[in-house]
Write a protein that binds this ligand. Sequence first.
Ligand code: CTP
Length: 420
Amino acid sequence: MNLSWHIEQYLPQQLLWLVSNVSGQATKLGQTVYLVGGVVRDLLLGYPSFDLDLVVEGDAVKLAQQMAEITQAKLLTHPRFGTAKFSYSNFNLDMATARGETYAQPGALPVVTPGTLKDDLSRRDFSINAMAISLTSNDYGELVDPYQGKNDLEHRLIRILHPRSFIDDATRILRAVRYEQRLGFELEPQTAQLLKRDITMLNTISGDRIRHELELIFRENQPEFVIKRLAELGVLRRISPFLIGDGWIAEKFEKARQLKKPNQLPSLYFCLLTYSFSESKIEQFLNYLNIPAKLSRAMRDTLSLKIRLSQLNKPSMKPSEIYYLLQEYEPLAIQANAIASESSMVHHHLQLFLTKLRYVRTYLNGEELKRLGISAGSEMGKVLQALHKAKLDGEVNTKADEEKIAFSLKLSNFHIAPKS
Ligand code: CTP
């Protein structure tokens, strides 16, 4: 089958230009080069691609260097691994010398040896990701599909290439479910059976690799479907017995998306995923997955704020009360609680802090207070805090109002503790 039409149709113009350049250069150098993996899958499904993976039978680094000279693209090479990364405008091209892999033991990183395209495809996760398209001029556009990936795409199936696949690399358990849910496919029955059999193999991979797979899941459009399915299959409780993938998660993840802050979404999902944890249970989870410090803080804060939410469930709270209760928490933790809380009053108070109170600043700063005769140190601290509180509670509207308060505090201070 020839997919030249798909390439023309679904790749953006600039990528097409790069592809035709690669094709020309490879032919000149006598190397064979292929599009591989996700891009082939997506071209067959009629989805556009912005990042390309290429496999070269020959020397990917040499071909990439040649390409960089012609196109003036940014190039990063790893000669030891035979790989090169090419950035051109907003697009990335990963080029790798064809290789085979063997696994010394389950979960170990693979031992890599140079190989053919067939070797390279045979080390991959699923049939739908183990296809290639030739870019070499004499058979440009020809599909290479040794594992009937196209047939599986048509039948909407996720299928591993051999029965030891999940044992070799248990991250494939999480990847299988991610693709299944993203594409609306099903696990092919034997793959589903082997996945369940090999769930214990998740113990053979590092927490870092599991975290990375969760991060990838959290980049999906609707990660709640993946989480729910992982729960159904018994995968989630293998990562932590306290993880729950129920309707609550689905509802809250969707609510998180409505905030329209895509950059903070993955971190917010992490905070919500562990919302049912107790403060002591979270530590084990953070350590196991080696969660970065800032996100760890937000996840811990989410839980310590959760148990104080009832203090925000009071009508007629002063803004300053809300501020002093929340100021010590990471904004992300406050956001997570605003999503999680079922009380509209709590939600309102948390949102008030996030959108308004945390940005409130006094009109007067330390320098101006000094000019008014307030001395630096604890007196200044007290005055600034009083001004901030008054501003939070709407008791001052102008700089002159603040000056009045500052003066009266100064006077009362002298009155209470006259200088000797
Ligand atoms: N791959 C694999 N096993 C893994 C990771 C990756 O076999 N554990 C292979 C697959 O062939 C995959 C390719 O490497 O298609 C590229 O990996 P990645 O960038 O993670 O996936 P894409 O298929 O490009 O998918 P996505 O659409 O999620 O970016």
